[in-house]
Design a protein around this ligand. Structure first.
Ligand SMILES: [Zn+2]
Length: 386
């Protein structure tokens, strides 16, 4: 009998807790490099400064240059940051901030030597994996870039997370919640996971599927309590559980199990996101969670299961409809929606991991159905405010 190889990949170290940047980060970081380029947006750089990052680097004997990250994770921005790091002789990239800074920092670190991720919010589970999502400068999904290494160290200071805008936590919960459904689809069809592209040799381990399912259990159990504590910038065991479920479990889960429909539907929606006024644009995880509902219709999952997911998603303030994602009323029209469906089914999209030979028409119809269904859920259950 010939058994297919399984591959499981994670960061080498994971450190999480209130105040860890100030208290135990230095020694952990010094394991992996001596000179760092610190990359982040202005607000994230300020947040880690306040949390004591630079004193920690000084006391650990790590020298550093600081470079502000441009708004998008584009090929051009990655090259700019890598050139700065190489010119300064850095062997380490420290990325601080959200998904885009993490994604850019991982690519830069892969070239320089190692990367350390310090998420300052948990809007996505991007910080754990050895792949980055590349966008155009206008924020249209361009490609997944696969890297040689996962980040060396993932450092999560929950005091910093608790101070970040709560909407990111809602987005992170949405992003992490998709992995159970996407992971199960991949496992069922024997699809390969997201490690080792483009050869695609790795199959899902039982552990990585369990991580996806465990993350979902924790999100259901502790999601609302985590949002209630974060609303008051409080760090509770529930918030700790949710941060771990988003960053560590669902991060490892999606990479080592695979993605399926929800993320492709997300990528399709980014194609028509320009229809949404800029100040109303949804977060990655908000679109992904809505994409889960559409995926469940595509898969023809039992009604009870779809309702259970959507009702829980509503209670953690995730969007139910196009309108709640920010689209103006009556939008997207059929022509726009068709564009999104085609993009979702483009070659190389993870939606093809699902159980059938997927067609844009089916995705188009599932998205319409999800919107109609979402309207009913939204009517039945008031949207909570956190
Ligand atoms: Zn995601």
């Amino acid at each position: 009998m010939h058994l297919a190889p399984k591959i499981f990949a994670t960061p080498r170290r994971y450190v999480q807790g209130p105040g860890v940047i100030r208290t135990i980060a230095g020694k952990q970081m010094a394991i992996f490099g001596r000179k760092a380029i610190v990359i982040g947006g202005p607000r994230s750089l300020e947040a880690v400064k306040e949390a004591g990052l630079y004193q920690t680097l000084d006391s650990a004997g790590i020298s550093y240059v600081i470079e502000t990250f441009g708004r998008e994770c584009t090929h051009e921005e990655i090259k700019r940051l890598t050139d700065i790091g190489q010119d300064a002789g850095c062997d380490l990239a420290i990325a601080v901030g959200g998904g885009k800074a993490m994604d850019a920092g991982k690519v830069v670190g892969d070239t320089l030597g190692e990367s350390i991720m310090i998420p300052t919010q948990v809007g996505t589970n991007a910080s754990e994996s050895a792949l980055s999502v590349i966008y155009t400068k206008d924020h249209v999904f361009e490609e997944y870039k696969f890297l040689n290494k996962n980040p060396a160290l993932l450092l999560v200071d929950t005091e910093v997370i608790a101070k970040s805008p709560i909407r990111y936590l809602i987005g992170g919960i949405g992003d992490a919640s998709s992995e159970k459904f996407e992971g199960e689809a991949c496992y069922r069809t024997g699809s390969k996971n997201l490690i080792e592209a483009p050869e695609w040799v790795g199959y899902t381990s039982a552990l990585s599927l369990k991580l996806c399912q465990l993350a979902y259990e924790y999100l259901r159990e502790y999601g609302e309590a985590a949002l209630e504590s974060a609303a008051r910038q409080a760090v509770t065991p529930a918030l700790e559980n949710i941060v771990e479920a988003i960053i560590l479990w669902s991060g490892a889960g999606f990479e080592c199990t695979g993605l399926a429909g929800a993320h492709s539907i997300h990528n399709g929606i980014t194609e028509i996101e320009h229809l949404i006024p800029e100040n109303k644009r949804p977060l990655h995880g908000e679109i992904v969670a809505w994409g889960v509902i559409a995926q469940l219709f595509l898969e023809n999952r039992p009604r009870k299961e779809i309702e259970e997911y959507a009702e829980w998603a509503r209670r953690v303030a995730l969007p139910m409809t196009f309108e709640e994602m920010g689209f103006p009323s009556g939008s997207p029209n059929d022509e726009d929606l068709w564009k999104a469906a085609e993009k979702a089914c483009a070659e190389g999209e993870t939606i093809h991991c699902m159980a059938f030979d997927i067609q844009p028409q089916w995705v188009f119809d599932a998205m319409k159905t999800a919107d109609e269904f979402g309207k009913k859920v939204a009517k039945r259950i008031p949207k909570p405010t956190f």
